[in-house]
Design a protein around this ligand. Structure first.
Ligand code: NDP
Ligand code: BG6
Length: 484
């Protein structure tokens, strides 16, 4: 199968923070891949903007370095890279001062899509929005792309929404949650809403529980200062895991368009029941033979920030009454694996006696690595000797099923940037969605802060704290193994 590449309109994309870590690791190598694929045409331009005193030539060196270090190893073609670099420009701009804005204004062209990527610290978002407006750089059809974190609580998210709303309408604002750009996350919607198979049983009557796991082997990796003021709840649950939960739990939208999809997700977030203290387990990794402890990595002696969290979450509506969603995410765990596992109930009446292994049907959607789906089903154990049953996986690896097309699957950031240029907001968070997510998150965090809870320790390289096992054991359930 060959993937279909549909070129986007010509654009000027200004990346504020074009010299930063995110731009170098994700945005610029991603854009290069889209250029190679033919999706970004040779008229489009990328303009880096930051305070550093660079020019087109020296920024192009930065971009070339980023492609070499973080780009796709199979796409290191000098001629293609040179062609791409010719589309790269740089304007020194100070987000909080006057420097560079007139020059940037003079650089913009008419007749192409204008997009501005705010890949800078969130406290600069307001300053940049203001200056884009004051210097008439942004037009009524321009788009802005806003990075995470979008606030650290409801009040700050509201304030940020209000600042952006002074100069941009909601349909110009693209709030990034890169999990929504992952191929399998979108496949989740295809699987649910393009097949008749699952929808009739997608409800509490047939689903025992749902597990959502995002396990990482990395630690805070040079982002300790940010992470230590955030923790797993703010960094991962409020956004990425919440979005996954929404896609599993939401009602079918009437159409796959931005308003319809986001309306349904919002309803799920608003239906989340407050989480009780004994439904939360927070953890922090300690030193093991795998690595040093979180305290050393975050350089904050006495830190109570969680590098792991597990939660039991209830969606209080008709569809999900009585079906818990267990969420867990953490750093320095034993394997990098992200998956959603939907465990179905057992048949209402058992007619077979000799059953080995688990006999539930489990649908596992693997987000990374090895994207794919597995459905475990009961079959007869082969051979003579009567009717014995066993549980086997029906496994579909997307890489195998899609063949060559799987190699040109865009990574999350590249897909999302192309959606910005296309003007498609379906995979971006709306302002009210972000606020609703914080409205649910705030009392949980405020609760453990008021109680003075300390995170439980777990060994770096393990599966997380023991208490997280208990969270499921006492419901007669167990977590799936964290393994590749
Ligand atoms: P960095 O600190 O690596 O880069 C910050 C960028 O902002 C630099 O290019 C810097 O250049 C520029 N900058 C700083 N101050 C100003 C200013 N006053 N005017 C203009 N430019 C300025 O940050 P990251 O790239 O890591 O993060 C950027 C954003 O992306 C943040 O919101 C972060 O939370 C988010 N993010 C980052 C992730 C990552 O993995 N890095 C992951 C998810 C989100 P200069 O100093 O030359 O001005
Ligand atoms: C980011 C978090 O949003 O997502 C990081 O800030 C985390 O802490 C990262 O490591 C995980 O993303 P991915 O795509 O590697 O699963």
């Amino acid at each position: 199968m060959v993937s279909r590449v549909i070129p986007v309109d010509s654009f000027d994309l200004v990346i504020f923070g074009g010299t930063g870590d995110l731009a170098k690791r994700k945005i610029l190598p991603g854009l290069y891949r889209r250029f190679v694929s033919g999706q970004m045409n040779a008229v489009s331009r990328i303009i880096g903007a930051a305070r550093a005193d660079l020019n087109d030539a020296s920024f192009r060196e930065t971009v070339a370095g980023a492609i070499a270090e973080f780009g796709d190893k199979s796409l290191q073609d000098p001629a293609k890279i040179a062609e791409f670099l010719a589309r790269i420009h740089y304007v020194p701009v100070d987000a909080t001062g006057t420097n560079g804005w007139a020059q940037l204004a003079g650089h913009m062209r008419g007749g192409v899509v204008r997009a501005f990527y705010f890949s800078v610290a969130p406290n600069l978002f307001g300053d940049i929005a203001q200056r884009l407006h004051d210097h008439a750089i942004a037009t009524p059809t321009s788009r802005i792309v806003v990075e995470k974190p979008f606030g650290r609580d409801l009040a700050s998210a509201r304030a940020l929404n209000a600042v952006l709303a002074q100069h941009f309408t909601e349909d110009q604002i693209y709030r990034i949650d890169h999990y929504l750009g992952k191929e399998t996350v979108q496949n989740l919607m295809a699987v649910r809403f393009a097949n008749i198979l699952f929808e009739p049983i997608w409800k509490a009557q047939y689903i025992d529980h749902v597990q959502i796991t995002v396990a990482e082997t990395v630690g805070v990796e040079g982002r300790g200062a940010y992470y230590d003021t955030s923790g797993a709840m703010r960094d991962m649950v409020q956004n990425h895991l919440m979005q996954l939960l929404c896609l599993i739990a939401m009602e079918p939208p009437y159409h796959f368009d931005p308003s319809a999809v986001r309306d349904e997700k919002l309803k799920v977030i608003r239906a989340l029941r407050p989480v009780l203290p004994d439904e939360i387990v927070r953890g922090q990794y300690r030193a093991s033979d795998v690595d040093e402890d979180y305290i050393t990595h975050s350089e904050n002696e006495g830190s109570r920030t969680e590098s792991y969290i597990a939660l039991k979450v209830h969606v209080a509506n008709w569809r999900w009454q009585g079906t818990p969603f267990y969420l867990r995410t953490g750093k320095k765990l034993r394997a990098r694996t992200s998956e959603i596992a939907i465990t179905f109930k057992q048949p209402p009446h058992a007619i077979f006696d000799d059953v080995t292994g688990w006999n539930e049907n489990v649908l596992v959607i693997r987000l990374q690595p090895n994207e794919g789906m597995t459905l475990s089903v009961m079959i007869k154990e082969p051979g003579p000797g009567g009717m014995r049953l066993m549980n086997v996986p029906l496994d579909m690896s997307f890489a195998e099923a899609l063949g060559a097309a799987a190699n040109d699957v865009p990574e999350a950031y590249e897909r999302l940037i192309m959606d910005v240029i296309r003007g498609n907001q379906t995979l971006f968070m709306r302002g009210d969605e972000v606020e609703a997510a914080w409205a649910w998150t705030d009392p949980i965090i405020n609760g453990w802060e008021a109680r003075g809870d300390k995170p439980k320790q777990y060994d770096a390289g393990s599966s997380g704290p023991e208490d997280a096992l208990m969270l499921m054991h006492r419901d007669g359930r167990r977590w799936r193994e964290i393994s590749l």
